[in-house]
Write a new protein. Structure first.
Length: 401
């Protein structure tokens, strides 16, 4: 195996899309958003649409955090299956969350069209297949729960999976008619550029020294000595929020992925579907819009960045073994491989809203495998909170739940 790059595929593919300045003067505005990844870009778009003077800042370049590493399988499925989530938070609540994630995919599609993004957004099917025979029973329970919610799902046999996708050693699965994929890094840049033309101020390479919180607003002090005053502050910083929130509310996990050489003929049967399995941790796969094969998984608890990155080679070999098991005729050469860290919550749900330790502040922390769809929901929840109203889903995403 030849490892050609340990940088995320999206960074190499896209290069530098747009450049923005760092903060060089004091600023006063309505809203400051910290974190210029996909979550921050969605939140900034919503704030601009709602008529707020908005500033977004990041200590990196735009999109160079988790957004550059995400594989962007867009699914309405939450990491906790519907039938299990119903036991944890109640059937009605679980169904509300699944339906909201379902709608979020359509919102992303509409938004990508509105801003004329070249992120390669594409609506697809999703196959959730049984990795082991022992998983079939609970997977059928999940299928029944989705049927009862009138979600567009069918049960597909292992023989049908083999005939349609050329996959071996599966034991049946749930085929959903709602999913998607895109280049999240490109979408983030396109959305920020669009919002910038509508009045958003964007600053990257701007590190924060400290923040002062009070009832009338917040004051952000940068490491270069500048001050940014705002009525409200919104953190869209993902797992890095663990650096400022005292209590343990999320487990940090490292995941691994690689993208193979371009092979449009080899990925032809896979291009309209995203795949994930019932293993724990699960494996996820899809074709990219330029005909490459992408696979991720092999999750481990996060320890340090050095140890995480030191496992890239062995994890790529692990992912290759999975490919050889279900696609024995594939001959995939690794072009790009990388590791990323994300947050995992006890119920698979995000943390969105206020925290008692931070006045005049909101958080949009879309953890889990479908953090992007949670970010779409988050921009609506925070929009409501800024207007003094409460979104129906807010109660399920609160801190201390």
């Amino acid at each position: 195996m030849k490892l050609r790059s340990n940088e995320p595929f999206w960074l190499i593919k896209n290069g530098i899309k747009h450049s923005y300045p760092s903060v060089k003067a004091d600023i006063e505005t309505d809203i400051i958003i910290i974190g210029a990844g996909i979550t921050g870009s969605l939140m900034a778009y919503q704030c601009i649409q709602d008529g707020y003077n908005t500033v977004i800042i990041d200590h990196r370049e735009v999109g160079h955090g988790s957004t550059s590493a995400t594989t962007a399988l867009l699914q309405y499925e939450i990491d906790v299956p519907l039938y299990e989530l119903s036991k944890m938070i109640g059937k009605k609540a679980a169904e509300q969350n699944y339906l909201a994630c379902y709608e979020a995919i359509d919102i992303l599609e509409d938004l990508s069209k509105k801003i004329k993004s070249r992120c390669g957004f594409k609506k697809k099917e999703s196959l959730f297949y049984a990795a082991y025979k022992k998983d079939v029973d609970w997977l059928k329970s999940e299928f029944k729960a989705r049927q009862n919610l009138n979600l567009p799902v069918t049960w597909i046999s292992s023989d049908s999976i083999n005939k349609r996708f050329g996959m071996e050693n599966t034991f049946g699965g749930i085929l959903s008619q709602q999913a998607g994929s895109m280049d999240a890094f490109r979408f983030t840049h396109d959305l920020l550029h669009y919002s910038c033309q509508k009045g958003l101020d964007i600053y990257d390479k701007t590190a924060i020294d400290h923040v002062k919180y009070n009832k009338s607003g917040v004051m952000v002090h940068t490491e270069t000595g500048h001050r940014l005053q705002a009525k409200k502050l919104i953190y869209c910083t993902g797992f890095e929020s663990t650096n400022i929130i005292k209590e343990k509310f999320v487990d940090l996990v490292s995941t691994y992925a690689f993208v193979g050489e371009q092979d449009k003929k080899g990925t032809k049967k896979l291009k309209d579907t995203v795949f994930w399995n019932s293993a724990d941790p699960y494996i996820y796969m899809r074709a990219t819009d330029d005909g490459r094969f992408l696979i991720g998984g092999g999750d481990v608890d996060f320890i340090t960045s050095k140890k995480r990155d030191g496992l890239i080679n062995s994890k790529v070999q692990h992912l290759h073994r999975h490919i050889n098991r279900i696609f024995p005729s594939f001959n995939i050469i690794t072009d790009f491989a990388w590791a990323g860290t994300f947050g995992k919550t006890k119920d698979g749900l995000p943390y969105i809203g206020e925290h008692p330790d931070f006045k005049s502040t909101y958080f949009v922390l879309g953890f889990g495998g479908n953090g992007i769809t949670f970010s779409v929901i988050g921009m609506k929840i925070i929009s409501d909170l800024l207007k003094g109203t409460m979104h129906d889903l807010s109660q399920y995403y609160r801190f201390g739940r």
